[in-house]
Ligand binder design. Structure first.
Ligand SMILES: [Zn+2]
Length: 108
């Protein structure tokens, strides 16, 4: 089972694409695809077409679409966007900031 360095509820910064520079919370992670869904990032507008014969108007629905984890950086509370390292604390493997060494807790 592949795992990602980035988990749900992490704060990440987008490095590439139209939303470059934006930061957001990870809504979902898809380890098998290597992608994450980031709040307010890569918004896709979908037009909902009205059905023929009905008076209801079609509308536009906006929702996020997943982006590749290599296009985002985890944001360290101390020093900002960073790379993730690992260390072992007792039995547990924890994520650390590669810049300042701060432990990056996984928020549930
Ligand atoms: Zn740091």
């Amino acid at each position: 089972m592949p795992s990602l360095n980035i988990h749900r509820n992490d704060t990440v910064k987008v490095l590439t694409g139209a939303d470059r520079g934006k930061t957001g919370r990870v809504l979902r992670a898809f380890p098998d695809k290597g992608t994450v869904l980031v709040e307010h990032v890569r918004i896709v507008k979908k037009t909902i077409s009205s059905k023929t014969g009905q008076r209801t108007k079609g509308g536009i629905a906006e929702h996020e679409s997943p982006i590749n984890v290599s296009n985002v950086a985890l944001v360290c509370p101390n020093c900002g966007p960073t790379r993730v390292g690992f260390k072992t604390e007792g039995e547990a493997k924890v994520r650390i900031c590669k810049k300042c060494g701060q432990t990056l807790p996984t928020k549930k």
